[in-house]
Write a protein that binds this ligand. Structure first.
Ligand code: AMP
Ligand code: GLY
Length: 443
């Protein structure tokens, strides 16, 4: 089959590698940057914006594509799946309507309320800043302030983490309303959930889900979870599919929540096809829904996709013909640690165009995996853009060894202007999370 992957980040590099491992397929990719890792394993790449639907259709028709996979959220919001399906292509990604679960946070929260789904927070949307402030006062100031639409994971401000006073809250609300951050002059206020976060990704055929191992991402820029929120600085997963602070029953509850969301979407006449992503906060009252994404997570895709032994295209076909119930996931029993290399200044003002030397053979020798992200290729080296540059993933029998493997791989990447959160996957940070969770559970 001719498979088209849309997107040129590390997540899409992980998707391309999964397709490449599947037998008898030819890989094509359309992306806005020239990802050197993807380019290496593709028949043909097209450098175009992922949201340029005409360019995608043209490329798909030219190369007789049999199935398209869409990595990022922006083309989903643009309705790329629907447009490709109308042109007769198979698309293993959600429709524009189903993707509202990510692209419209007000719609998502209303869906949860309407279908009485577990794990909800107290939430309300406002177009009036005074009313929003009154609601924050009712919640004693413990809230998250969010734009309604997409902001690349950087639009959320949480009390105590990103602001402290009512004045600061009002200032951010005004900014969202006046500048229509996230596409609308509207703001979502959510009760602040206290606990530890985790990600559950799953495959969905619109009827059932097949859940994958849990992952914990690290959104904050700096070691010790300081600094601004980013797209994600790195992530880890355990051999048993749980996390050191998550019990099996928590995992089952969150999988049931995702299952019920998929059922709710079906009842709303927008069946969900493709990978689905649940971000949960584990509280003393169980997992609470922080956000749902209509795609794999980035970096979380790099933790789980290398663990899947199943033929990836067979899984995609099963999502498309609603036969996931006939599949059984075969997952490698390994822990993973992923660390992103980002340009110096990332999250504030990235240093763009800086040289990075990557010794691919040394990375291979270290036993770690390399996923290129948003970089430009120049002769024998690559250069930084404003976004994350590349990710290294270590796999091993336990998190500690996976972390060491990841660090071995990182030694093969050299630049004067890069930044890495080395604390991810290390004992001190994991113990901090376990202790925090015990305290929250009153243990
Ligand atoms: P999001 O872009 O919705 O994933 O939010 C970014 C980050 O803000 C999340 O990963 C959480 O750490 C935090 N956050 C979002 N919503 C809440 C909430 N209701 N309570 C506590 N933290 C939150
Ligand atoms: N890792 C967060 C996201 O993909 O949205």
């Amino acid at each position: 089959m001719n498979i088209l992957v849309i997107g040129g980040g590390a997540r899409e590099h992980a998707i391309c590698k999964a397709v490449y491992r599947s037998k008898n397929n030819k890989l094509f990719c359309l992306m806005s940057n020239k990802n050197p890792g993807i380019e290496k394993i593709c028949e043909v790449v097209s450098i175009n914006k992922e949201t340029d639907t005409n360019a995608v259709v043209y490329f798909a028709e030219k190369h007789d594509i049999d199935m398209a996979l869409i990595g990022p959220e922006a083309p989903l919001q643009k309705g790329l799946s629907d447009i490709l399906i109308k042109k007769g292509f198979s698309v293993c990604a959600p429709s524009k309507d189903a993707a509202r679960i990510e692209t419209d946070k007000e719609w998502m929260r209303n869906l949860l309320k309407k279908h009485k789904i577990n794990g909800q927070l107290i939430t309300e949307c406002f177009i009036d800043s005074k009313k929003a402030i009154r609601f924050i006062e009712e919640l004693h100031g413990d809230v998250a302030i969010k734009p309604i639409g997409l902001t690349g994971g950087k639009g959320v401000k949480v009390s105590g983490d990103h602001f402290n006073t009512m004045d600061e809250a009002e200032e951010y609300i005004q900014e969202i309303l006046q500048n229509e951050i996230g596409g609308q002059a509207k703001v979502l206020i959510e009760e602040k959930a206290i606990g530890e976060e985790f990600t559950l990704q799953a495959f969905s055929d619109g009827i059932i889900i097949l859940p994958l191992p849990l992952v914990q991402d690290h959104k904050r820029l700096k070691p010790g979870d300081e600094g601004p929120n980013t797209g994600g600085m790195g992530s880890y997963s355990s051999k048993d599919g749980l996390l050191p602070f998550v019990k099996k029953s928590d995992y089952e509850q969150s999988a049931l929540i995702l299952q019920h969301i998929v059922e709710a979407l079906n009842k709303e006449n927008c069946p969900y096809i493709g990978p689905i992503y649940g971000q949960f906060m584990l509280t003393n009252d169980g997992p609470k829904i922080i956000e749902i994404n209509a795609r794999f997570g980035d970096p979380e895709a790099m933790n789980v996709l290398p663990l899947i032994n199943n033929d990836y295209i067979t899984l995609c076909k099963s999502m498309l013909d609603k036969s996931l119930h006939q599949q059984k996931l075969d997952i490698k029993k390994l822990a993973t640690v992923c660390k992103y290399i980002v340009p110096e200044g990332y999250g504030v003002k990235s240093m763009i165009g800086e040289k990075i030397d990557v010794d691919e053979s040394l990375i291979e020798k270290s036993g770690s995996l390399l996923f290129y992200a948003s970089v430009n290729k120049k002769d024998d080296h690559i250069t930084t853009t404003s976004s994350r540059s590349l990710a290294i993933v270590g796999l091993a029998d336990n998190i500690s060894d996976a972390e060491k493997t990841c660090e071995e791989g990182l030694k093969a990447v050299k630049s004067d202007h890069i930044f890495i959160r080395h604390d991810i996957g290390r004992k001190a940070l994991i113990e901090k999370r376990v202790t925090h969770m015990k305290k929250i559970r009153g243990m």
